[in-house]
Design a protein around this ligand. Structure first.
Ligand code: TXE
Length: 469
């Protein structure tokens, strides 16, 4: 596919391309332009040209366009889901959920265009103060490969609703669905230049977006290491950043929890998208009084998971790329070899083509062995003795994105919710993220929030106007 610049498809100025692979087969399915600094400069110029006019489009008209985008995405949901599965690997059913979720995101932002406003106050002796919220201008959106459609929707939907123009860069390993979404947004009425997608590597196109002086805000979702690099590269131009850098969510099962519901929740959330979600249930903390029953039931459920190409009827697909699969395998091998946990099920790469790794269950895992997130289909179970200990383990990593507590006791639920350091805590649920919930983390998980009402603070800036009386 071509990249999307100033309302039309185009190649990179250098003419070079990058291959896109099917993670289930390892074969090349398409190529995209390998964008560089020059392509980013062209996209920013187009965006700058178009932004002021877009900012003046009425909230009602912006809303109509975003609703139309949602409808076009829904109308093409099966084809988009097939494309997403083919480049990302997830089962078709999950891909379709993501696509319908992406349509819903644009509809959500359509509903918010009229609510983007500031404050007013009478200041005795001085006058009448208005604080209006102004668009930032051109916003950069750097999108990862794990949930490319919906994360693109979070960033582009919010930026467009606030009157900004966008230069987005999808991941090298999952750029195609984002490109098709950009075409659909244009067909829905987003004017040329307002939304641009430059494809290419992070080191080239991504870095150029972060460094460009006329891009005033970058929303980045990815790893902590790249988040740090983005933060440093953004400093000279003093641009605003929203950083979502992954998590190592604790999923805490208290002794009084409904064990069957907790097992089902843990298995569903840990193996969803092959474990490649920032708020996956990455560390399963289970009260020592019920840990044996939990592990037995979890094993029964995991054994039944069908693994294969996401286009077949499966519960879990391959990992997105070989590097990711190898990192997961190395993490499991280290835990088992260093005797920091017991292998109960799985623990191996699947022979043959594709980036497959068996759904894996580890018990008696020492908390220190999983202080770094494992971004793949691995469920480490960590026993705990008291709620205080569970909270300490939950907080014992550099991350702070999400967590959940499974219990029937309100006091246990509230105590854990209050004491866990993270951007979101669920009770008897995990990984529920409708757009109404402000989403983002603390500590190494990054800063800033996407969605909710909080997006207004990320994608606009206040301007104070004092009218003397
Ligand atoms: O991430 P990167 P990778 C975590 C997860 C995973 C690890 C590595 O632990 O194992 O990150 O994944 C672009 N300037 N998460 O290597 O490098 C890149 O092209 C600007 C968690 O894929 O962070 C891609 O579009 N951009 C995460 C995006 O950044 C740069 C989701 C993410 O890539 C860049 C994904 C640069 N210098 C991975 N270098 C989550 N938060 O959920 C790369 N990019």
């Amino acid at each position: 596919m071509q990249m999307f610049l100033d309302g039309a498809g185009c190649d990179s100025l250098s003419g070079s391309t990058l291959p896109v692979y099917n993670p289930a087969t390892g074969t090349v399915i398409d190529t995209v332009p390998a964008g560089t600094t020059d392509d980013v400069a062209a996209a920013v110029a187009a965006a700058e040209n178009a932004q002021a006019t877009w900012a003046r489009v009425s909230p009602a008209d912006k809303s109509r366009i975003l609703i139309a985008a949602g409808a076009l995405i829904r109308g093409e949901a099966d084809a988009l889901a097939t494309l997403l599965t083919t480049e990302q690997g997830k089962p078709f059913r999950e891909a379709k959920d993501e696509i319908l979720g992406t349509a819903h995101i644009f509809e959500y932002y359509a509903s918010m265009t009229g609510s983007i406003r500031g404050d007013a106050a009478v200041l005795p002796k001085y006058g009448y103060m208005n604080v209006v919220r102004k668009p930032l201008g051109v916003c950069g959106a750097i999108v990862p490969w794990n949930m490319p459609a919906i994360i693109f929707g979070w960033k582009a939907g919010a930026a467009l609703a606030c009157g900004n123009a966008v230069v987005a860069k999808p991941s090298e390993t999952a750029p195609l669905t984002v490109l098709r979404l950009a075409e659909l947004l244009a067909a829905a009425g987003v004017p040329g230049g307002v939304l641009n997608v430059v494809t290419g590597s992070g080191a080239s196109a991504g870095d150029a977006i972060v460094r460009h002086a006329d891009i005033r805000h970058v929303s980045f979702t990815g790893s902590v290491a790249t988040g740090r690099a983005v933060s440093l590269a953004a400093a000279p131009t003093l641009k605003k950043l929203t950083l979502e850098l992954g998590g190592n969510d604790a999923f805490i099962v208290a002794a009084d929890a409904d064990i069957d519901a907790a097992v089902a929740g843990a298995v569903r959330n840990r193996f969803y998208n092959c474990g490649q979600v920032c708020t996956s249930a990455k560390r399963i903390l289970v009260d020592a009084n019920c840990v044996d029953a939990f592990v037995r039931k979890a094993r029964n459920a995991i054994e039944k998971l069908v693994v294969g190409s996401g286009l077949d009827k499966v519960n879990m697909g391959p990992l997105n790329n070989p590097g990711q699969r190898d990192a997961v395998a190395a993490a499991v091998d280290r835990i088992v070899n260093e005797e920091c946990g017991r292998l109960i099920f799985g623990g191996k790469k699947q022979e043959g083509p594709g980036n497959f790794y068996a759904p894996t269950l580890l018990s008696d895992v020492s908390p220190d062995a999983v202080s770094e997130e494992i971004f793949g289909p691995v469920m480490p179970v960590i026993p705990f003795a008291t709620l205080d200990e569970a909270v300490e383990i939950a907080n014992g990593t550099p991350y702070g994105l999400g967590a959940s507590i499974w219990t029937k006791n309100m006091k246990t639920a509230y105590t854990a919710a209050e004491q866990i350091r993270s951007g979101v805590v669920w009770v008897n649920r995990h990984l529920i993220l409708p757009p109404e919930i402000p989403f983002g983390g603390t500590a190494n998980s990054g800063y800033g929030r996407e969605n909710g009402r909080e997006f207004i603070y990320e994608y606009t800036e206040p301007k104070s106007i004092l009218i003397g009386l």
